[in-house]
Design a protein. Sequence first.
Length: 375
Amino acid sequence: MTMVSIAKSDTASEAVRKAVKLIGGMEKIVNKGEKVFIKPNLVAPLTKESGAITDPEVTRSVIQLVREAGASSIMVGDAPFFFYKSRRAFEVTGTQKVVEEEGVEAVYIDEDEYLEIESPKAKLLNTIRLPKSLLNSDKFITVPKLKTHSMCRVSLAIKNQIGLLSPEQKQIYHRTDIHQKVVDVTLAAKPDLAIIDGLNALEGQGPTYGDPVDTGIIISGMDVVSVDSVGSIIMGFEPQEIPHIRLAALQGLGEMDLSKIEVKGESIDKVQKQFKRPLTDVMGVFPNVEAYVGCACNEGCLAWTRVELDRLRKHGLVEKVGKVNLVIGHDVKVPERLEGRVYIIGDCAEDHKEKGIFVKGCPAFQILGKIQPGE
């Protein structure tokens, strides 16, 4: 059986220490003299109160445990969503302060050198480019957030590896094939330990536009599939519902059957909450936004467009944009006359590009920030 711990305590440090001790202690993972790479989730320049990023105090606690285990060098690295820069994300999230105070190395992945490696077990990415700093480390610890995700349902230990990719790669990986690509990246860069920050979490329109949830837990384990399975159940999902967890289990990355996972510490029943689920619907979201959808990818143009609608709502811009029409997908039926501005979203809808503003791409991620208040 694999082992996953769930811990609660009054402070981040105590909760992390308790969770790791329950699975055998950091000395079970990190040997003296090893180089260790720690990857939090710094998806955007946000504070811990957002529920979207790894609490810097959780990162600090992991650093301290790794140092106590005798690591010779410690690196903390990540790269945010490709609209942002790593240095900015480190600074705003508070991770930069922790790195400096703890005297460890910050790795801004979007500035790191990438090396191409072979990944023979992968289905789609048999060659993959990964940061040199990660490849030069002896042990890899992933420290994700407990949250929902509009394209992947949940964003936990497996999904966290997408942050290792270059900004260019991230842009084209976020479409329907993201589920297998997430697994492929984890096959090439498999963490030795996963510690999920669930001190507070994010529900609904994750990874950034959802709502914070007070959960107060740390989840830990050496099997990323088991850790994600437990994390998903705590949020009210069955692991089989999550494509990348299902694929990872089928392809030998770990165990998702709860009957074969030993849960130590807090019981799942005691900490479980029904999280609001993420939506990719674009039709009928706002009365002034009309959507015409043909054959379109749920995790591609639909999800990216929904993120843009979530942005408008989050920043109070919905009414200010006026009447908006969205045309998405292949073989989409569109009325002859449309009132207001028209956005043709994605390569599949290119036949209609003369009707308005064409946002090209597969996926059409450039829709983000595109819908602005009218003049």
